[in-house]
Ligand binder design. Structure first.
Ligand code: GLP
Length: 244
């Protein structure tokens, strides 16, 4: 789906999210959302916050699972996704604190495997993810599932691609400060979501969007596995669609 602008796209996605939340609220059930960080979803979070503040959209029954976190960062560190999610979204809406799940980057190495299994367990206990929102890295990664990640992988500690570390360099005041590892939901975990929306904005994403939507399904582009999902859509602005 191609939108004229990023704000049109953000409004559209926020309405889909709000629709799922209202539907679940009406049934007295929790809506379970998988959430990304990065520059792409900022407009969606802003629009949802506006809907909460101005239209009374009630997120008190929403359960959220974030996709990933840099390994080695504490939740309050400047570049942590914990902090980012709080500043961009959670501080502006009424998702209950106990319903917010974000992988912790400061889990000791000896506990990582158990921790990742627990994170998966929480998703299962919540009844699985209703809607997973994704961005995409320039190399085709989703979450931090870099090229050649295993199709059925689960939540785990993974190594970042040099391309990804370079893209994050400005956030960390230099590439050498960017963590080399991260915790990410696995590809298998992501594809278990009942509905998936992948968003991309800007000309710098045009090449990978072409590969993702018109290219072959290949482990070189982890997002290309989305072609096999029963309910996945790619939503882009005109610039990200410019090579289609
Ligand atoms: C990071 C995140 C991804 C995100 C990607 C793109 O690598 N781990 O989840 O999709 O960046 O970020 P942006 O939206 O800023 O282009």
């Amino acid at each position: 789906y191609v939108f004229e602008s990023g704000s049109d796209l953000a409004r559209h996605v926020a309405h889909i999210v709000a629709g799922i939340i209202r539907e679940r609220n009406a049934l007295g059930q929790n809506a379970v959302l998988g959430l990304p960080t990065g520059s792409t979803p900022v407009g969606v979070y802003r629009e949802l916050a506006r809907m909460h503040q101005e239209e009374g959209l009630d997120l008190s029954g929403v359960i959220t699972f974030n996709l990933d976190e840099y390994y080695g960062l504490t939740p309050d560190q400047l570049q942590s996704y914990h902090r980012w999610m709080h500043e961009q979204f959670f501080s502006k809406v009424n998702v209950r604190k106990e319903n917010i799940y974000i992988p912790r980057g400061d889990v000791p190495l000896s506990r990582i495997d158990a921790y990742c299994r627990e994170y998966e367990g929480e998703i299962e206990r919540a009844g699985g993810i209703d809607l997973m929102i994704l961005g995409i890295g320039g190399n085709g990664h989703i979450g931090f599932n870099e090229p050649f990640s295993v199709r059925n992988s689960r939540t785990r500690l993974c190594t970042l691609d040099p391309v990804t570390r370079r893209a994050a360099a400005s956030d960390f005041f230099g590439e050498w400060n960017v963590p080399t590892q991260a915790i990410t939901l696995g590809l298998g975990t992501i594809f278990d979501a009942r509905k998936i929306l992948l968003l991309a904005l800007g000309e710098h994403k045009a090449g990978i969007i072409k590969e993702l939507t018109e290219g072959a399904i290949t482990p070189r582009v982890p997002a290309s596995y989305l072609q096999e999902h029963g309910d996945a859509a790619v939503l882009v602005d005109a610039a990200a669609a410019s090579k289609l």
